[in-house]
Design a protein around this ligand. Sequence first.
Ligand SMILES: Cc1cc2nc3c(=O)[nH]c(=O)nc-3n(C[C@H](O)[C@H](O)[C@H](O)COP(=O)(O)OP(=O)(O)OC[C@H]3O[C@@H](n4cnc5c(N)ncnc54)[C@H](O)[C@@H]3O)c2cc1C
Length: 469
Amino acid sequence: MSSADTVNGGISFWYADDGLPAPREPLGGDTSADVCVVGGGYTGLWTAYYLKKAAPFLRVTVLEQRFCGYGASGRNGGWLYNGIAGRDRYAALHGHEAAVRLQRAMNDTVGEVVRVAAEEKIEADIHQGGVLEVAYTPAQLARLKAFHAAELSYGEGDRVLRGARETAERVRVAGAVGSSWTPHGARLHPVKLVKGLAAAVEALGVTLHESTPVTDIRPGHAVTPYGTVRAPYVLRCTEGFTASLKGQRRTWLPMNSSMIVTEPLPDDAWDAIGWAGRETLGDMAHAYMYAQRTADGRIAIGGRGVPYRYGSKTDTAADPGRTQAATVEALRTLLVRFFPQLTGVGIDHAWAGVLGVPRDWCATVALDRSTGLGWAGGYVGSGVATANLAGRTLRDLVRRDSGQAGATDLTGLAWVDHRVRKWEPEPLRWLGVHGLYAAYRAADRRELARPTARTTRLARLADRLTGRG
Ligand SMILES: Cc1cc2nc3c(=O)[nH]c(=O)nc-3n(C[C@H](O)[C@H](O)[C@H](O)COP(=O)(O)OP(=O)(O)OC[C@H]3O[C@@H](n4cnc5c(N)ncnc54)[C@H](O)[C@@H]3O)c2cc1C
């Protein structure tokens, strides 16, 4: 199959597979609500879901610029897992025990998403096979062992370190020298989850308005071209699109992530690859990849590609999800490096989306008690599960602030109410991010060419900048 046969864009493969949702009505004029949620991705929808479940009398309105699941929630790799961006920094700021509590909350969150999906009868191809991270160079193996030890220190006693042979018994990645596996992860179909969640939220009585871009958020108001929603609480759940809101240009940087998906693989390919456990699959490269075995027998694999567009641009409404041809080829090369028997395999679809990156690379959830403005995000690519924890936490923060409930375990977690400075203006922002990823790619190439157990100095420096080291 030639690359000319690959569909590029169209939001994502997941929509090509499951269909676009029927559109919901835009806002029809000025109105009021008790809580107004801006953004209909996982964060906004989970927040609306838990608020309405806890307090059915609340009038909750969600405003979405395009349609629910238009953003990363309809384009991601379907890793529902227990990673949260910034945990190590939160350990440094609030102590190890606080970070252990945050990690435990994330471990529980994986089970919570699976539980609600079952309760709401959301068929999202969920398979609880855990997360398998492999190393295929000596430097990656050294990092894998350090990563494994760190995860154990955050209370993940059920994590398993495997050697080359045991790794191959799970999945045969070419040249793999070891892996670390955690049970706290599941594979899912992102669009089936977001569509099911939007339907569940609507069935609970939440008002969803689509094709309704919010142009300004200020205390008590969410302003759109079709009217203003007045509400004592306005919650910003716009992740990678946040820069387009008034006053938020440098809050979270919209980072691109791109994916490709193969055609369905024949049985003999699966016999050669293994992967019967359907773990989500990652590696220990600096410009790391993520992959899943889909329910219909394909491999979906993602990575960074062109990391960032000048001026915090996201994709255009006319061509959403399109990624660069060079990125498609780079992902195909990566796929074949992992599974050489897939040389020449058909790539059915390629796409991209944006995720939100704060200046200190730490996810956060907050409610400003003096203004009633709240927000959650900055998940840096680990948002499928984290958005659920954010939704439950925003529920608790709103209920505490409005006197409906007291403080909870969630309102005391280390990531709550964390503040960080804004990104630098352009061109520094563009130069910084592109320099960072050029350094990571060069480090990966060097580690492949000259196998030593030591991570290159360049990558260690970049890690310090991103908080990964
Ligand atoms: C290609 C890719 C792969 C990924 N893979 C994984 C993965 O495997 N595992 C993982 O944990 N994470 C992954 N992520 C990250 C994860 O998908 C996100 O962190 C998560 O979906 C964020 O959900 P959200 O609701 O906060 O943001 P989004 O899903 O981006 O939702 C924000 C919504 O707000 C709307 N919006 C924005 N601005 C406005 C406005 N002004 N007015 C009204 N509406 C607005 C948008 O249209 C959008 O629907 C991936 C991301 C990408 C892009």
